[in-house]
Ligand binder design. Structure first.
Ligand SMILES: [Zn+2]
Length: 135
């Protein structure tokens, strides 16, 4: 699409700092990073960013491409874990954001964990979510 920033990166109309590129995907360093090494991975072909509307093979291939970049970040930045987010916002071209996690991460506390939730409230929320999907 001519007005899509990611399509313009693919066609070199907009410069970027690429980490990885193959026939179908590009990975670049985010120009507005929240953390060092924050990266974006997206297909060269334009697909909308609402993952619910995409074919499974597009999603699968995006995950495989992202995992290659995750391993680059792990080795290059000496981090164990890289967070992955597909929020579908900002640019309507499917993309994954990768966030290297620096420092130690415990499974007991997680990263950026909030206060412990009330189990009954969680069950109520689960019921609400499951009930609405059965409509
Ligand atoms: Zn695009």
């Amino acid at each position: 699409m001519s007005d899509c920033i990611f399509c313009k990166i693919v066609s070199w109309e907009i410069p970027s700092i690429k980490l990885r590129e193959d026939e179908n995907f590009i990975a670049l360093l985010d120009i507005f990073p929240n953390t060092k090494g924050q990266a974006i991975v997206f297909p060269k072909k334009h697909y909308e960013s609402n993952i619910a509307n995409l074919d499974n093979d597009i999603i699968s291939n995006l995950m495989i491409a992202s995992n290659k970049v995750i391993n680059l970040l792990r080795k290059g930045l000496n981090v164990d874990r890289v967070g992955i987010i597909i929020e579908g916002m900002q640019v309507n071209h499917i993309h994954v954001r990768l966030y290297p996690f620096f420092g130690s991460i415990g499974f007991e506390n997680g990263i950026d964990a909030g206060p412990k939730a009330d189990v009954l409230e969680l069950q109520k929320l689960a019921d609400e979510i499951l009930h609405s999907t059965n409509r």
